[in-house]
Design a protein around this ligand. Structure first.
Ligand code: FES
Ligand code: FES
Length: 411
């Protein structure tokens, strides 16, 4: 498809060469881009895709997200004049790019002909696909000599309408194509303005000093009201005496050193601790900055409230009760009951999977506690979390074993 006529210059050839710097998942990278005519500088973690950066950092929520796999086309925007799936582009790939979103196409007072036609033909039932349809049809018709109406179903098939508004949509696009055989007019709402993200400060204009766009870190753990997303009860036996095991749990530095993928960042006082933890499952890798507060210690029991937020918007809170008891053989039974509250992408794991993953991480934690108690030394460096693949394989294997057991019992 040809580049739309509005784009000043095709930037692809003049873009700065990609930076070769290696950055950690939780670090932020500075990027300059032009969005709907405004030059902006963002700081984003390298794994944040363009659609999330547009929605969360710039408040341009017109770009919708459906599948996040490049299938549904909801997130279609123009990148350097060509339609692109914003869910398949990392924001850091768009350094120097010129982006146009549906907000740049037209305004309420000055709608683009495509927007007017969608409205006239009732081409927006629930409206969820509308931004993708508009940007995709703009890309189709910009600078286009002609599009035959019979070709439209195929030409527009890159965006899926889930509520079957297709007829009106195709009629609208056909109308605009007939009215503008030499290409649709340029977007009408691209001009410098202040873009403000959801809940965060406005991103800087290019050339300004870039503030660190982070809300102040919380110092209190707040648990949501209502039922938890998942509850987990895990129990495991350690081959070390209970006093030794409890020595590890009672010292938060040693305890934190045993948590897979976690590191202690700051001791805040009053038994509160700031830390960082990485959780990986399949393609999803989340790095949480978090807070833990030991609210009760009694005998060999403790209660810990924890909360973490990932830069991509996932949050997790947990109410954890840990208990160590001696076994007759001189070992320890370590028990943890946790209520988990999940939101954002991590909630997509679902209850059962969240439970399975927590269980496997607890097993890893328990092994590290046993080792620590035996040697009397904290592990050097954070306990490596099980690889995402191994974790997933373990979860699936556990599921299969449970199914086989159920089948056997039912025979
Ligand atoms: S959300 Fe990008 S294609 Fe579906
Ligand atoms: S108008 Fe509802 S999904 Fe397309």
């Amino acid at each position: 498809m040809s580049a739309p006529s509005h784009t000043p210059a095709h930037h692809a050839a003049t873009r700065p060469a990609p930076r070769a710097t290696k950055v950690a998942a939780h670090e932020r990278v500075e990027i300059d881009m032009t969005v709907n005519g405004s030059e902006v500088t963002l700081r984003v973690p390298p794994r944040v895709h363009l659609a999330d950066a547009l929605r969360e950092q710039l408040g341009l929520t017109g770009t919708h997200l459906g599948c996040e796999h490049g299938v549904c086309g909801m997130c279609t925007v123009l990148v350097d004049g060509a339609a692109a799936r914003a869910c398949l582009l990392f924001a850091v790939q768009c350094e120097g790019a010129e982006i146009v979103t549906v907000e740049g196409l037209g305004s309420q007072e000055d709608q683009h002909p495509l927007q007017r036609a969608f409205s006239a033909h009732h081409g927006l039932q629930c409206g969820f696909c509308t931004p993708g349809m508009l940007m995709s049809s703009y890309d189709l018709l910009a600078g286009c000599a002609s599009v035959e109406p019979e070709d439209l179903p195929v030409e527009m098939s890159g965006v899926l309408c889930r509520c079957t508004g297709y007829r009106g949509i195709l009629a609208a696009v056909a109308d605009v194509a007939a009215e503008h055989p030499d290409g649709v007019p340029a977007p009408r709402n691209c001009r410098p303005r202040t873009l403000v993200g959801r809940g965060g400060p406005a991103p800087a204009r290019a050339g300004d000093a870039v503030p660190e766009a982070r809300p102040p870190a919380p110092v209190e753990v707040r648990l949501p009201s209502g039922a938890p997303s998942a509850t987990v009860e895990v129990r495991t036996e350690l081959g070390v005496p209970v006093e030794k095991a409890w020595e590890v749990l009672d010292d938060f530095h040693r305890l934190a050193a045993c948590l897979p993928g976690a590191e202690l960042v700051e001791v805040l006082g009053d038994d509160r601790y700031r830390g960082r933890a990485t959780v990986a499952l399949g393609p999803v890798k989340l790095t949480f900055d978090g807070l833990a507060h030991v609210v009760e210690r009694e005998g060999r029991r403790m209660r810990v409230l924890a909360q973490g937020a990932d830069t991509g918007g996932s949050t997790t809170q947990a109410d954890i009760r840990l208990r160590a008891e001696p076994t007759e053989a001189g070992g320890t039974v370590l028990q943890a009951d946790a209520a988990l509250f999940l939101s954002g992408r991590i909630a997509q794991f679902g209850r059962a999977l969240a439970g399975d993953v927590s269980r496997r991480m607890f097993e890893q934690f328990a092994r590290a506690v046993e080792e620590n108690a035996r040697t009397g030394r904290a592990p050097a460096g954070p306990v490596k979390p099980t690889s995402a693949l191994a974790l997933l394989a373990g979860v699936i294997a556990a599921r299969l074993r449970a199914v086989v057991r159920r089948i056997r019992r039912s025979r």
